[in-house]
Design a protein around this ligand. Structure first.
Ligand code: NAI
Length: 468
């Protein structure tokens, strides 16, 4: 194999592998360095995909226990086989990682197996499992090395009793009692999984509300829904210590306001307090500029402070840490390298929490608009008034559309719905095209669908919903 490339991408997560495919499509001789045995990064191997598999299986298990009977589906002796459920998850992961391998072959992308490091702006060194180093020359380098779970000072994740999302996706037994530190995306998705499978779950969140960054209306409603599902919350509370005694964990936390101290014993502790970018020593040594959050600084072309070295995804100082953000950046940077006008619109970036019901948003929240002193109007429509949701017994949640007070342009949408994650795409598209609430209100939506609630919320912006 000739060791000269047009582009070498370090990391094969959703940012890296998508970037590699787009580079190959654009005619570049492309290689992607990956140190895991399988391609796809955290998302495919130990993040988005396995968690969605467990969310799906655990939801069906829960429905079989709680809802099937009412639908006239009489099943008796419902039993959980956790190892089978985990095997099904493994199969999904394998299918998808193999899928990326297939796409690499199809696009003639070379997978360089091992740990990549940058020697200079045109040289990447790959160290394989046996320690053998090989040097490759390239015109361009794209860093897409992703992120790893963050922890709290003095809490050491051992992936056995004190786990990150990685460990919480491979429990071999249902923890009787699970404490989750952090009421964000990971904390709430995995709380849902283990609660449905039988754990008693308590979430300890530092702030006085869950899912920071999402609309406060949504956050308050979602908290009520999760409470009703039996998940306990200790809000406004700071975990001060987690110690291990025999095979149990003792969690100490203090209420931020009352200063009341509490101590709970549990079988497992999931630490879900965010993620930190993977910046290896070679990157710092090269002099690539890093911000005070430990993220690589890039310009609007995703160029780092060194020419021809680009960065995308969780390692950069732009946008949220989301797989689809990384994918879009991967495509944009490939096009920029090709001299095209690659671009990512950070103002229209959907975010989804895949619980049941799901939570989704795109654009701005009311709180952000207030801060920015932008005048707006709001239209809300609840699923209790949506026929399809009623038929399916999925009446929790609502759609909230925020539009500019004068121009009626949609500025943000948040929703809680059984299918919010799928529905949010319509709103992202509408916002990309600069739609007004009136444009959505006048768009025919199929009946009966959950999406009619979007049309109704758009009509509610002008105070004329039909069914509420
Ligand atoms: P997160 O940023 O979503 O939530 C972390 C939570 O921990 C916050 O609510 C924060 O206030 C809380 N927290 C921080 N320090 C704390 C402390 N000392 N005690 C108690 N609570 C504390 O981070 P998370 O859930 O770990 O997810 C990491 C990243 O992965 C996020 O950027 C998220 O966007 C991404 N992700 C996305 C998913 C999706 O798209 N569905 C699923 C999973 C992860």
């Amino acid at each position: 194999m000739d060791n000269n490339f047009d582009v070498i991408i370090i990391g094969s997560g959703p940012g890296g592998y998508v970037c590699a495919i787009r580079c190959a499509q654009l005619g570049f001789k492309t290689a992607c360095v990956e140190m895991r045995k399988t391609l796809g990064g955290v998302c495919l191997n130990e993040g988005c995909i396995p968690s969605k598999s467990l969310l799906n299986s655990s939801e069906i298990f829960h429905k079989a226990q709680e809802e099937f009977n009412d639908l006239g589906i009489e099943v008796s002796n419902i039993k959980l086989n956790l190892s089978k459920m985990m095997n099904n998850k493994k199969k999904s992961v394998l299918t998808l990682t193999k899928g990326v391998e297939f796409l690499f072959k199809k696009n003639k992308i070379i997978h360089l197996k091992g740990k990549g490091s940058i020697l200079d702006r045109n040289t990447v060194i790959v160290t394989d499992d046996s320690g053998k180093k090989t040097s490759y020359k390239t015109k361009n380098i794209v860093i897409g090395t992703g992120s790893t779970p963050a922890s709290l000072p003095e809490i050491k994740i051992d992936e056995k009793i004190i786990v990150s999302s990685t460990g919480a996706l491979i429990f071999e037994e249902i923890p009787k009692k699970l404490i989750v530190i952090g009421g964000g995306y990971i904390g709430l998705e995995l709380s849902s999984v283990w609660k449905r499978l039988g754990s008693k779950v308590t979430v300890i969140e530092f702030l006085d509300h869950i899912i920071p960054g999402m609309d406060k209306d949504i956050s308050a409603e979602f908290l009520k829904i999760l409470n009703k599902q039996g998940i306990d919350f200790k809000l406004d509370s700071k975990v001060t210590r987690v110690s291990i005694v025999k095979d149990k964990a003792i969690v100490d936390f203090t209420n931020n306001k009352s200063k009341k101290r509490e101590r709970v014993e549990c079988d497992k502790v999931l630490v879900a307090v965010g993620r930190k970018s993977n910046i290896s020593a070679d990157i710092s040594k090269l002099g690539i500029k890093i911000d005070d959050q430990g993220k690589i600084k890039v310009n609007e072309k995703f160029e780092t402070s060194i020419k021809n070295i680009y960065a995308i995804g969780d390692v950069i100082d732009k946008g949220p840490m989301l797989a689809h953000k990384a994918e879009d950046e991967g495509i944009a940077v490939a096009e920029i390298i090709a001299g095209q006008a690659g671009h990512v619109n950070y103002d229209v970036m959907p975010a989804v929490i895949y619980t049941s019901p799901e939570v989704a948003m795109v654009g701005k929240t009311e709180e952000q608009l207030k801060k920015e002193k932008i005048r707006y109007k709001v239209g809300k429509f609840p699923f209790i008034a949506n026929s399809r949701a009623k038929v399916n017994s999925e009446t929790e949640g609502f759609v909230k559309i925020i539009a500019d007070e004068k121009t009626d342009k949609v500025l943000g949408v948040s929703m809680i719905s059984a299918v919010a994650g799928t529905m949010i795409a319509e709103l992202a598209l509408a916002m990309e095209f600069g739609a007004s609430a009136e444009d959505i209100a006048r768009t025919c939506h199929a009946h009966p669908t959950h999406s009619e609630a979007v049309k109704e919320a758009a009509m509610a912006v002008d105070k004329r919903p039909i069914h509420f």
